[in-house]
Design a protein around this ligand. Structure first.
Ligand code: ADP
Length: 397
């Protein structure tokens, strides 16, 4: 089977054409500046990258450009779009409507629309990608895969906020969590790597990238996660604050005559590693600056490691123990330095990182010592493969 995986943003659209069984990626790329001028970047493994400026007034023209390049005699990888069996879409917020992936029909689209108030930035963009594919490929089956779905197994004590109950009942205000497709993928890989009954495994997943979240998992099912109603909650991130006292919002809004939206923009785009360090949101830049003596960069890295470590401690307590600690995503997969900072101080839980194994980057590996009570795993995430597999499973019924 060949599945086209689409991740549509408001002005961008990423794609991968892949085989869900082998995981082989035939081609991938992205359309940028949709609605402005339009640029397509296309990569085929083993060939030179290709970039072209193409007018893309809407997502439909972007999808048309993707299909055109996929069948191009020189740059393409298929002879006709008939070779694409189905399309899988990443959708940010499934609210309480979706506990798993679903075939896209009118009812599914209506439910994604009902979730727009919960995901006001992403869901409309995801819908634009879905509608563009429906326009351009009306006969292809399509599937929606939700960032929130994996976390829907959380018990009420984990997902409820201690607010007046009617906000949950009437307005669906609760913890949802994000990066679910990544947490689901690494959970499945961790269970396979451990070769044990999932019921026996208490797992904490650390998805540490530009956006970061942790999840606590037993029997392959999510019990708690660090992001909340929105992806702003949890540990500090590249540009997001993570958890803060809500009164900070009121205090700063009053002091600087900011609207709540302006303050939220600061919390989302100007805080986190970038805000604390004044250097960058990028962990490579921060590690370099800290090594060169920049104290605020060092502080930001210290704060990040401290908050991640605190969540690991909290989740070990929530699960009543810990068997497996997983690191994934850009920082988790690549920064041995950050993994070491985080694990430093977790010896009391039975975490013993092996300094030699921890030098590994971007490949599946056990990075704890043989006598570590907790197995620490490095697992590169693959959300696209998960989307392709869900799409295949649903399309094949
Ligand atoms: P996103 O949340 O946008 O998907 P990624 O998972 O791609 O983000 O992670 C991006 C982050 O990973 C960036 O902050 C980048 O600095 C960091 N990163 C990538 N490679 C390294 C590395 N070798 N060392 C430290 N950080 C790295």
């Amino acid at each position: 089977m060949k599945i086209l995986v689409i991740n549509a943003g408001s002005s961008s659209l990423k794609y991968q054409l892949m085989d869900p069984d082998s995981g082989e990626v035939f081609a991938k790329g992205q359309c940028e500046r949709i609605g402005l001028d339009g640029k397509l970047t296309h990569r085929v493994p083993g060939k030179d990258n290709y970039a072209e400026e193409i007018a893309m007034p809407t997502h439909s023209e972007a999808i048309e450009a993707v299909l055109k390049i996929l069948v191009d005699p020189q740059l393409g990888v298929i002879s006709s779009t008939d070779e694409i069996d189905a399309v899988g879409h990443r959708v940010l917020h499934g609210g309480m409507e979706f506990t798993e992936s679903c075939i896209i029909d009118d009812a599914c689209i209506a439910a994604i629309e009902r979730c727009i108030p919960l995901g006001p930035l992403h869901n409309p963009a995801n819908l634009m990608g879905i509608r563009a594919c429906q326009n351009v490929m009306p006969d292809k089956p399509q599937v929606a895969v939700f960032d929130t779905a994996f976390h829907m197994t959380m018990p009420p004590k984990a997902y409820m906020y201690a607010l007046p109950y009617e906000y949950y009942e009437k307005d669906s205000v609760r913890r949802y969590g994000f990066h679910g497709t990544s947490h689901r993928y690494v959970t499945a890989r961790a269970i396979e790597m451990m070769g044990k009954d999932p019921k026996e495994l208490k797992i904490i997943n650390c998805h540490l990238g530009n956006g970061s979240s942790l999840s606590a998992v037993v029997d392959g099912k999510c019990q708690d996660t660090s992001m909340g109603l929105s992806p702003l909650a949890g540990v500090p991130m590249g540009t997001r604050s993570g958890d803060i006292d809500p009164c900070v919002v009121q205090y700063l809004c009053n002091r600087y005559e900011l609207s709540v939206d302006e303050m939220l923009n600061i919390l989302n785009k100007k805080s986190g590693m970038a805000g604390m360090s004044g250097v960058s949101s990028d962990f490579r830049d921060l590690e370099e600056a800290a090594a060169a003596g920049n104290e605020r960069a060092a502080l930001a890295l210290d704060k990040f490691a401290y908050e991640v470590r605190k969540y690991i401690g909290a989740y070990a307590a929530a699960l009543g123990g810990l068997d497996v600690l997983v690191f994934t995503a850009g920082v988790g997969e690549n920064s041995g330095q950050m993994r070491e900072r985080i694990c430093n101080g977790l010896e009391f839980l039975g975490v013993k990182l092996c300094p030699y194994r921890n030098k590994k980057r971007g490949e599946e590996a056990v990075i704890s010592t043989d006598d570590s009570k907790v197995t620490v795993l490095l697992i590169p995430t693959n959300e696209e493969l998960m989307i392709a597999k869900d799409t295949q499973a649903l399309v094949q019924g």
